[in-house]
Ligand binder design. Structure first.
Ligand SMILES: NC(=O)c1ccc[n+]([C@@H]2O[C@H](COP(=O)([O-])OP(=O)(O)OC[C@H]3O[C@@H](n4cnc5c(N)ncnc54)[C@H](O)[C@@H]3O)[C@@H](O)[C@H]2O)c1
Length: 268
């Protein structure tokens, strides 16, 4: 018995006219969030290292969506993203720091270089983008929001995920501290921590398929209920809670980490 994946209620355009920058929006969770924010009336900037994918997503969104190629590990590229947003909109109400990569390396397999690469994208990349876009967010109108996409691996330790989990842990406390710093500006800052979500990131490193299709995943997470809702999540399962944290309804929520994980973190 699984909980259904019914379509959400039709969007009510509660973000009409707001400018939303979503990094890593060419696919997966970022694409799902971008689609939801656009359906709610936001002008979405689809920012991704995959220029062709970003252009395709932006073309499908309509509503003045803009595609920008950005490498969040590269300061000049991030400065160019900020310049592109400024030139087109002059402001930004919503920033979603979503872009990241996955390593799957234990302490013995990891080198300092592979560790630094993950930190440079998943941790420093989000901070780099935030600092570059903050002047535009400060210039924004109603409903200014920064949403960081963390992970359940930022809340607990995880085997074979040393750099990734370290970076996501940093994102969690970056979120809390930034929320304190920006509270007087009226900018609300939160993080969303997904559990196991069905995206390209969950492909097995050897290309043999999806982690969620393996026997061990089915046994541990589904059959024995390590995921109480007994299924991997979909990008749409993240898009709704992300929309909430970007909406006016989240005006008194700041510095919080919302776990959207089918209940994984509720069990032991
Ligand atoms: N899929 C999961 O199970 C899961 C679980 C917890 C957290 N997350 C987090 O959710 C977010 C989205 O993950 P996803 O599953 O959609 O991954 P994904 O791999 O499907 O998508 C990641 C996107 O980020 C882009 N990207 C990668 N490096 C970039 C860079 N240097 N600059 C700009 N863009 C870059 C990619 O091109 C891609 O479009 C990430 O922060 C990830 O850590 C995912």
């Amino acid at each position: 018995m699984t909980t259904g994946t019914q379509s959400p209620m039709p969007a009510a355009r509660r973000l009409e006219g707001r400018v939303a920058v979503v990094t890593g929006a060419a696919r997966g969770i970022g694409r799902g969030i971008a689609a939801r924010l656009a359906a709610e009336g936001a002008h979405v900037v689809v920012a991704d290292i995959d220029a062709a994918g970003a252009a395709q997503v932006a073309a499908g969104l309509g509503g003045g969506a803009l595609a920008v190629r950005v490498d969040i590990a590269d300061a000049a590229s991030v400065a160019a993203l900020a310049a592109a947003v400024e030139a087109r909109f002059g402001r930004c109400e919503i920033l979603v720091n979503n872009a990241a990569i996955l390593d799957a390396l234990s302490v013995d397999a990891m080198t300092f270089e592979t560790y630094r690469r993950v930190i440079d994208i998943n941790q420093d990349g989000a901070i780099r983008v935030t600092l570059a876009l903050l002047p535009l967010v400060r210039r924004g109108g109603q409903g200014r929001r920064i949403l960081n996409i963390a992970s359940i691996q930022g809340m607990r330790g995880a085997r074979d995920s040393l750099a990734y989990a370290t970076a996501k842990g940093a994102i969690v406390n970056f979120t809390r501290s930034l929320a304190c710093d920006l509270a007087d500006d009226g900018i609300v800052v939160n993080a969303l921590a997904p559990g196991f979500i069905d995206t390209d990131m969950a492909q097995l490193p050897d290309g043999s398929g999806h982690e969620h299709e393996t026997d061990w995943f089915r046994d541990i997470y589904l059959k024995y209920g390590r995921i109480p809702l007994r299924r991997a999540g979909l990008p749409d399962d993240i898009a709704g809670p992300a929309f909430f944290l970007c909406s006016d309804d989240a005006r008194y929520v700041t510095g919080q980490i919302l776990l959207v994980d089918g209940g994984v973190s509720a069990t032991f």
